[in-house]
Design a protein around this ligand. Sequence first.
Ligand SMILES: NC(=O)c1ccc[n+]([C@@H]2O[C@H](COP(=O)([O-])OP(=O)(O)OC[C@H]3O[C@@H](n4cnc5c(N)ncnc54)[C@H](OP(=O)(O)O)[C@@H]3O)[C@@H](O)[C@H]2O)c1
Length: 308
Amino acid sequence: MILVTGATGNIGRELLRQLHADGHAPGVRALSRDAGRAGPLVPEGVVVVEGDPGRVETLKPALDGVRSLFLLAGAGADARVLEAARGAGVEHVVLVSSITVVTHPHLGPARANLAVERRLRESGMEWTVLRPTQFASNTLWWAESVREESVVRVPYADTGLPTVHPADIASVARAALTGPDHRGRTYPLTGPERITPRQQAGELGRVLGREVACVGIGREAAFGPMAAMMGAEVAGSVLDLMGGDVNDELLAVHDTVSRVTGSPARPYRAGGDVNDELLAVHDTVSRVTGSPARPYRDWAEENAAAFR
Ligand SMILES: NC(=O)c1ccc[n+]([C@@H]2O[C@H](COP(=O)([O-])OP(=O)(O)OC[C@H]3O[C@@H](n4cnc5c(N)ncnc54)[C@H](OP(=O)(O)O)[C@@H]3O)[C@@H](O)[C@H]2O)c1
């Protein structure tokens, strides 16, 4: 039996769809904190079991008989969930961590992910660790302003990252859950190319058939709404990842160099905390699944309704 946590989310829904399409549904269970809400979201034949990874005592029925677990780091009491899984006889865990354990290990969420990875590796269970970069689905944060004003307001509008389609994370997870070849492996997951927020807004406009403006905003302006949605620490970390650990004053262009030296200043490149590893495009998706990683364009087409 495979238990999929985060079953109603970006990766989980697609993972269940793929497992169902492959004929695995009778051996797949979906975990949700609200089984009534989750029921219509999962494919027919997949049983939803109610439980909350934040309250490990609620997971007993869901873990009963499970041998493989798909687990999102940070969506509950991770260490205790791993303990409970081990106790229930789980043999293999596919963990969604984050590329930030490599690129930004000093940030709080990355430290937490790294700690869960370590616990899993030391748990005695077999493991596969997925380290995705920024998701294409994060652009759902723009849905309201695109629907209402055809505008995307975003910091670091011209910093491109190799955004990954959640369906590709699901495809790699499916391979790891159903085949023997991925145990003891750690996979960085990216899309096929770097894409900037301005280019993403352009893709949305193309899909919607109307212009979507991209308005660059400062870090401070972006922080408030993001902190309300995801908490201050995560919002700060996400902003670092989107464009660097820089503030508006640091980004301001002064002409002192050319005024004093007579030569133009050398061009500014990416923000300070965007490092080579975060910019790197990995071919893991195509190597593991045999299909090329999906570009942002695909995600925009599949999710256009959210922006109409
Ligand atoms: N977004 C990114 O750019 C990014 C980058 C790297 C790594 N990640 C990692 O990817 C994972 C997120 O994947 P996703 O986008 O598929 O997830 P998601 O759509 O945000 O959420 C998946 C599901 O998890 C449950 N859930 C959400 N918050 C929870 C909480 N606090 N406690 C318990 N359950 C909760 C909800 O299901 P129910 O309500 O049905 O229980 C939700 O539908 C996280 O581990 C994150 O750290 C994200």
